[in-house]
Design a protein around this ligand. Structure first.
Ligand code: NCD
Length: 306
């Protein structure tokens, strides 16, 4: 099986996901060829800040024997600063490499880039749109804890601008026994396009502002950061900052078997004391990013023997 571009979580089905999970497990167990991508070059083109996504992609590529060319802060340090369009940048960069990992502030940027690129484009976050590879590592982490695939997920925080939530919701929509509770201030609830998609897929979900009531029933508490950079008016951001915080008290309401996830970076929405609780799995989740991104790269280059 071969993937072309990775633009949206909506392009995945259960069959592909199962393959990715199996391959990720294999890689996690150390069973991969460290020269599988020898001779291949990845370009990481990031117009927005990143730590985990860029480093884990670059590390994944290098662990598989490939090489990386990179610009962080591409808006400032690439020709974009001179006024070059994304289309032109992609038309040029795609001839220097075999895959482009793109993070861009504009929703839909990866989709546009894919129309101008001869090499695969991986969407590493397009504004308030999607972040499909984060969703893959998230759902892989969830299934590594809940293999019976019947559970309730609560997604908390900035569901309007949080692109990881948009992508993860679409992956969860593929599994009929999953219930989702969306907890956010009304003004930061899910965008219509995601809601419409979930309705079309007959997902069992509810939206609420009531954080406390659902704590005792959820299996997965997926916390997110209020996306400060997306607010035109900082006063608006301050209204929501600190609204839903996971602290020791919240832990006392959660099931013993529940897990707490977060795509990271966190600001104040999970207090550091929570890190010591065995239900806090966000650092393990981040670590899974490397294995699942290695799996995705092998699939993109048709090097996965499955
Ligand atoms: C997320 C992102 O960039 O959307 N970070 C990540 O890639 N792990 C979440 C965030 O920035 O809040």
């Amino acid at each position: 099986m071969k993937l072309k571009h990775i633009i949206s979580a909506r392009q995945f089905d259960r069959k592909i996901l199962e393959k990715i999970f199996a391959l990720t497990n294999q890689i996690k167990a150390g069973k991969y060829k460290n020269d599988a991508l020898y001779g291949k070059i990845m370009a990481t083109l990031f117009y927005e800040p990143s730590t985990r996504t860029r480093f884990s992609f670059e590390s994944a590529m290098q662990r598989l024997g490939g090489r990386v060319i990179s610009t962080e802060n591409a808006g400032e340090f690439s020709s974009a600063a001179k006024g070059e369009t994304l289309e032109d940048t992609i038309r040029v960069v795609n001839s220097y490499c075999d895959v482009i990992v793109l993070r861009h502030p504009k929703t839909g940027a990866s989709e546009i880039a894919s129309q101008y690129s001869q090499v695969p484009i991986i969407n590493a976050g397009d504004g308030e749109g999607e972040h499909p590879t984060q969703a893959i590592l998230d759902i892989y982490t969830i299934f590594s804890k809940f293999n019976k695939k019947t559970f309730t997920v609560a997604m908390v925080g900035d569901l309007k601008y949080g692109r990881t939530v948009h992508s993860l919701s679409c992956l969860l929509a593929l599994y009929p026994n999953v219930k989702i509770v969306f907890i956010s201030p009304k003004a930061l609830s899910l965008p219509k396009s995601v809601l419409d998609h979930l309705r079309k897929k007959h997902v069992d979900f509810v939206g609420t502002e009531d954080f406390r009531s659902y704590l005792s029933v959820v299996d997965i508490l997926y916390q997110t950061r209020i996306q400060k950079e997306r607010f035109g008016d900082i006063r608006e951001y301050r209204k929501y900052y600190g609204k839903f915080i996971i602290d020791k008290k919240v832990l006392s309401f959660l099931k013993k078997t529940a897990v707490i996830m977060h795509p990271l970076p966190r600001v104040n929405e999970i207090t550091p004391e929570v890190d010591l609780d065995p239900r806090a799995i966000y650092f393990e989740q981040a670590q899974n990013g490397i294995f699942s991104r290695m799996a995705l790269l092998l699939l993109l280059f048709d090097k996965a023997k499955l």
